[in-house]
Ligand binder design. Structure first.
Ligand code: MRU
Length: 339
């Protein structure tokens, strides 16, 4: 297979500053923002300029580099950690940067290593996941898990992309992902750019298509995977897993080991970010619902391990019981993975 990876980048480290592609404005406007301080990075993670678990981890690492240059460590570790609560990649990257800082190591080199490793993990997950895809497949995905959400090919998107390069994908069904529309705005943009055949559907159409069309697999990412395999991902993922089980469709989580949090025993222990109800009642300033009502906006939900057919990491395909397979994946050196 000739490797021609997607050119989309969510962030670029220039050596002096961190440039972020403003994902709030996609797909209609391409605007790059320049972060020169760790506070800029914290604000842009919080405000969804950059989003997606691995991209949040990578950009926070560069935030630490900027903080060190202004002698703002260790304070910046605490500030960056508060930017978003659910994606554990943020804490994972900050812990890693803190260890290097405490040992007097080179923080810029470490942040670049985190980015490179994520890119390589994406490539490997793509290969492992594509092995699970048969010929002429119709695959369903949720939220945005591509180059905009990671340092490379993406997580679940990387599997779709790799399987497509291998000639196995008939089409992808991409959910719009209410209420923030990561699917309609970002995944549709990435699928279009990569010329992967796809159809955009609303979240509530998934059951209908699972019943009326032959869907061969659901591939989604994760923001935090607990030790028992329970997986937090974009709101709506849990319902897709229930629907997939009912229709006997395999349901796969695709995430790097930096998303696996063995210190969190189960899904009930994962903090779920509750975002502003304005994101439900309005869209880009346009009021959708009546004034003065209450709405709810949990940004993530937890899919119980029992509904997950397999968890694909850069170290291979983990199967149930995940408490065993995830621990052994964590203990294994990634170099030992035969690819
Ligand atoms: O709120 P977001 O857009 O940061 O949520 C993103 C997701 O839920 C993704 O599916 C997840 O981060 C995993 S894939 C990179």
């Amino acid at each position: 297979m000739k490797e021609k990876f997607p050119k989309t980048r969510a962030f670029v480290w220039t050596g002096k500053a961190l440039k972020l592609l403003d994902q709030r404005l996609l797909p209609h406007k391409t605007v790059w923002r320049v972060c020169r301080t760790w506070q800029d990075v914290t604000r842009d993670i919080r405000d969804m300029v950059v989003r997606g678990a691995p991209a949040i981890g990578c950009t926070a690492a560069y935030g630490v580099v900027l903080a060190e240059r202004k002698k703002m460590l260790p304070k910046a570790f605490e500030g960056l950690l508060k930017a978003r609560p659910t994606a554990v990649n943020l804490r994972w990257a900050l812990d890693r940067m803190r260890r290097v800082w405490e040992q007097g190591g080179n923080l810029e080199r470490e942040a670049i290593a985190i980015e490179k490793e994520d890119r390589e993990a994406n490539r490997r997950m793509g290969q492992w996941g594509a092995e699970l895809v048969g010929s002429n497949a119709t695959l369903l995905t949720h939220c945005n898990t591509g180059s905009l959400a990671t340092a490379g090919l993406g997580t679940a998107f990387g599997v779709l992309w790799t399987a497509f390069q291998q000639g196995k994908v008939k089409k992808v069904l991409a959910t719009e992902t209410r209420p923030y529309l990561q699917g309609a705005r970002l995944t549709a943009w990435e699928l279009k750019n990569e010329r992967i055949p796809f159809e955009l559907i609303t979240d509530s159409m998934a059951a209908h298509f699972m019943k009326t069309e032959s869907i061969d697999g659901v591939f989604v990412g994760a923001d935090r995977i607990a030790a028992n395999g329970d997986s937090a991902n974009k709101i709506g993922t849990y319902s897709l897993a229930v629907l997939a089980a009912h229709h006997h469709i395999p349901f796969y989580i695709v995430a790097p080991m930096s998303t696996v949090d063995l210190s969190t025993p189960g899904g009930q222990d994962i903090p779920i970010e509750e975002r502003s109800m304005d994101e439900v009642t309005t869209f880009r300033g346009q009021r959708l619902a009546p004034q003065g009502i209450k709405a709810r906006h949990p940004a993530f939900d937890v899919t119980p391990a029992v509904l997950i057919s397999a968890i694909i990491t850069e170290r291979g395909v983990a199967r149930r019981p995940f408490v065993t397979s995830l621990h052994s994946a964590a203990a294994r050196l990634s170099e030992a993975v035969p690819l």
